[in-house]
Design a protein around this ligand. Structure first.
Ligand code: ACM
Length: 523
């Protein structure tokens, strides 16, 4: 009996020698109050795809012939994201100890139904069957993330909702939102309106890749997310078991903020919101008034994002402006610090202490290891895996984000001339799927510090949602398998096989993925 084409591959999936389940206009959903929200979301999806408004009730009506039943499991026994799913001829049971597991059981059930279940139009004429199976499933990693850069280019909220939907279908659970950078500040901060009035606007965008002489495109880019939009998106994501991790960059990647409030920077004349890509020199200064500003900003950010983690960037802060500024040099000496790396480490520790006071945990890119790592920090290892190894050896948590395997803004092949413009580094789908997140260098004890894995979508060369889809999928499908499936998961050819069906699920949602090269005839 063939296994159903599920992505990510579950821990255990056993096809049963029994008749398939058939969804009908008379199917009833049954759920206890704790699991009812997942049942309601499932009923809403089924209604869109079939046209049938199936009821969600607390107890099974005696007359019901076809039921989809959510059942609570012993909460002491199971990971809250774990679930069991049993599909029989007239009954589907979804068992979980918590809403997250119930939500994931429903996601797996959707994948057992025809791909049209992900569509936008009702199709009651289709055979709405799901094969008889028994599935037991739980995630390998608790942090299963995707990062979107909304600073370089930003995406409509509607697109971000769709992206979160698709993340949730893949059982990904952290949406890392890169909200500010040298080229744009995209989050409304009530106390500092110039951050968006000035910082969210750039005159134009440099054309080409690393060829400044081509000049700008003359097209202004401006926009930001209001606090109301953000609250709405956070709630939307939470209903789908996705936490949003906001990133507020410091002490570098600060040019849009300093353009808005020059007193936060180090130059007599602040630079404009940047219109070019690449690493910039603009840093925040180390004055008490700048820390007061950052604390005010983070206070508003914490009020919007309930996730216990908060990302403070920390990457690519070249130290030139601190080296050349006499007041900063005097401050460094007064603090007794030997160099600017230690000054950055001191800077981050100030922020860490503030976040800790508010019950939040600091996340930063792996440069936060330089000059001494803040004790409670979680490190995102992006320049390879060394940052994660160093963090784990210090007893700090780490998330694997290595650019060589997890930067989905890199193109896929070895031939840049056949690829859209982006960073000219190849990252084929097969390489993503083959990735093993736990570094071999770590002991079993240290490996526990690797809390998960995350894909990145930097948007310097991703100006539109369709280009975002093209870069993100199907590599994000492979990421889901790395992050969720057991270490001993089926090999790439099996994944490619399941992906044929899975891509039809993305088609049903109008996701503009890139066709896997493996499916195309040789040129
Ligand atoms: C990064 O790619 N600068 C984290």
């Amino acid at each position: 009996m063939p296994l159903p084409a599920l992505i990510p591959q579950p821990q255990r999936c056993t096809p049963m020698d029994a008749a398939a389940f058939t969804l009908t206009a008379d199917t009833v959903l049954v759920a206890p109050a704790t699991l009812a929200p997942s049942a309601q979301l499932l009923a809403a999806r089924l209604r869109t795809a079939t046209g049938w408004a199936l009821p969600v009730v607390a107890a099974r009506p005696d007359s019901a012939k076809s039921i989809i039943e959510f059942r609570p499991a012993d909460p002491a026994l199971v990971n809250p994201e774990a679930y069991a799913l049993r599909v029989g001829a007239d009954r589907v049971t979804l068992t979980a100890s918590a809403p997250a597991g119930a939500f994931y059981a429903a996601q797996t059930l959707l994948q057992l139904l025809p791909p049209a279940v992900f569509g936008a139009d009702p199709r009651p004429e289709l055979p709405w069957t799901a094969p008889a199976v028994e599935i037991e499933d739980a995630p390998r990693f608790r942090w299963r993330g995707m990062m979107i850069d909304s600073a370089r280019y930003f995406q409509p909220v509607g697109y971000l909702k769709q992206f979160i939907d698709v993340m949730a279908q893949h059982k990904l659970n952290v949406f890392h939102w890169h909200l500010v950078d040298d080229q744009g500040w995209r989050i409304e901060i009530k106390k500092y309106p110039r951050l968006t009035a000035i910082g969210s606007k750039r005159r134009e965008t440099n054309r080409g890749h690393s060829v400044r002489q081509l000049g700008g495109d003359g097209v202004p880019v401006e926009g930001y997310y209001t606090q109301d939009e953000i609250r709405d998106l956070v709630a939307y994501a939470a209903a789908r078991n996705v936490r949003i991790l906001p990133e507020i960059e410091l002490p570098g990647h600060a040019q849009a903020a300093v353009a808005a409030y020059p007193e936060l920077g180090l130059l007599p004349q602040a630079r404009e919101v940047s219109c070019v890509w690449g690493i910039h020199e603009t840093l925040f200064n180390t004055k008490p008034s700048t820390f007061a500003f950052l604390q005010d900003v983070l206070t508003e950010v914490m009020a919007l994002f309930p996730f216990e983690y908060l990302h403070i960037g920390g990457d690519e802060a070249v130290k030139k402006q601190w080296q050349e500024d006499p007041a900063t040099q005097a401050h460094m000496k007064q603090l007794g610090l030997p160099d600017e790396e230690h000054l950055q480490s001191w800077f981050i520790r100030q922020i860490e202490a503030f976040l800790q006071k508010h019950g939040r945990r600091l996340v930063g890119w792996d440069e936060i290891l330089e000059g001494g790592l803040a004790r409670s920090a979680t490190v995102m290892s992006w320049r390879g895996i060394e940052g994660a190894i160093a963090a784990a050896r210090l007893g700090n948590d780490a998330v694997m984000c290595a650019n060589q395997t997890l930067y989905f803004n890199f193109h896929e092949t070895e031939t840049p001339e056949t690829e859209p413009i982006t960073y000219p580094l190849p990252l084929p789908l097969a390489k993503v799927h083959a990735y093993e997140p736990i570094p071999a260098e770590l002991t079993a004890e240290q490996a526990k510090s690797i809390i998960g894995v995350q894909g990145q979508l930097w948007t310097e060369y991703i100006p539109t949602p369709s280009r975002m889809d093209y870069m993100a999928f199907p590599r994000t499908c492979a990421l889901a398998e790395i992050a969720w499936s057991p270490k001993e998961r089926p090999a790439f050819p099996d994944f490619l096989n399941r992906l044929r069906t899975h891509l039809r699920r993305l088609d049903a949602q109008d996701i503009r993925y890139r066709a896997p090269l493996e499916y195309l005839p040789a040129p």
